[in-house]
Design a protein around this ligand. Structure first.
Ligand code: MRU
Length: 321
């Protein structure tokens, strides 16, 4: 945390351990959790203590650093880390970077710093797409907490605010695990950017009422044809935005592009426990034992995307990635 940044680093290497903000406890408590072994890190990833594609990329590299310092076989550790969450390609990317590095600890530290630099560049590219006084709708959390720092979709909003464009934000609560209300709202509050929380189901009403100027979301994996996997619910927002002729922007670092995936149909979609849908904070909100489907991500076809904002510039359709 610096004077300029009210949000502490999401994930960092500290004295032989991976130190992370425990995102399971936000917004109630700002507490850090440490992983000293690959298994502890895998647990933190699976239980969403650390989450968000770029943060998972850094976590992957730091996992390989842990394997190096604890003397674990690198290939076995790599396999276990990559298997924790299948959709965000950044995780496998970070693991591969750590695996190839002569010094995995130095590489993980470098990737964390590099992530923040890239997000700042991405934000600078995207800021001018936000109209002056623009009302931006975002989904899930693609902020500093989803990265080593600064954020991608929230990085664009943050950069627009820093450039004096006075954006305000509609924050989707993002069922079922509420990354919007727990994390995005917490970040925007700390940043002092005006924001209003809405239930996911209100997006149509807001867009139909002319109260959204653009949508900016993050991504977990972008296929070669520009199809984008992101938090479930993103696809529905893109359809609504298209219907209402509202620009729909995806903000993601180049490491989220998977050129080996021809289309969105080739992106593996994580299935999580139905318990995340049938209960909230440990309380049942559905009949006990009721069936629940919990796809963590959906795929937005490239045809619904106005532009993809990266650290290297703004990509417009037709996408050939
Ligand atoms: O399940 P999560 O919380 O890891 O999902 C995160 C998202 O869907 C984000 O939008 C995406 O990773 C981009 S983060 C910059």
């Amino acid at each position: 945390m610096t004077a300029a940044d009210p949000i502490p680093p999401t994930i960092e290497w500290r004295e032989g351990a991976v130190r992370m903000i425990d995102q399971r406890l936000l917004p109630g408590e700002l507490v850090f959790v440490e992983a000293r072994t690959v298994d502890e890190l895998c647990h933190a990833i699976r239980t969403l203590a650390v989450r968000g594609a770029p943060a998972l990329g850094v976590a992957g590299a730091m996992g390989m650093a842990l394997a190096a310092v604890t003397g674990e076989a690198p290939d076995d550790a790599a396999g276990r880390i990559v298997a924790t969450r299948p959709t965000a390609v950044n995780l496998a990317w970070g693991v591969a970077r750590g695996l190839q590095a002569a010094d995995p600890v130095a590489e993980a530290i470098r990737l964390a710093a590099d992530d923040v630099d890239r997000n700042r560049r991405l934000g600078a590219h995207g800021a001018s797409l936000v109209p002056d006084g623009g009302r931006v709708l975002t989904h899930c959390n693609a902020g500093a907490l989803a990265c080593a720092g600064y954020g991608t979709a929230l990085g664009v909003i943050r950069a627009a605010a820093e450039a004096g464009r006075r954006p305000s934000v509609w924050v989707d609560e993002t069922r079922p695990v509420l990354q919007g209300s727990r994390l995005t709202a917490w970040e925007l509050d700390r940043l002092g950017i005006p924001a209003t929380l809405v239930a996911d189901v209100m997006a149509g009403s807001l867009m139909g009422g002319g109260e959204v100027d653009c949508v900016v979301v993050g991504a977990d994996r972008i296929a070669a044809n520009g199809d984008v996997a992101n938090k479930v619910g993103t696809y529905g927002l893109a359809v609504l935005a298209h219907h209402h002729r509202i620009p729909f922007y995806v903000a993601a670092p180049m490491s989220t592009i998977d050129s080996t995936c021809p289309t969105g149909a080739d992106i593996p979609i994580e299935r999580r426990s139905g318990d995340e849908v049938t209960s909230m904070d440990g309380h049942l909100i559905a009949p006990a034992g009721f069936a629940a489907e919990n796809r963590a991500f959906d795929v937005t076809p490239a045809a619904l995307i106005t532009a993809i904002i990266t650290e290297d510039g703004v990509l417009r359709p037709p996408f050939r990635l």
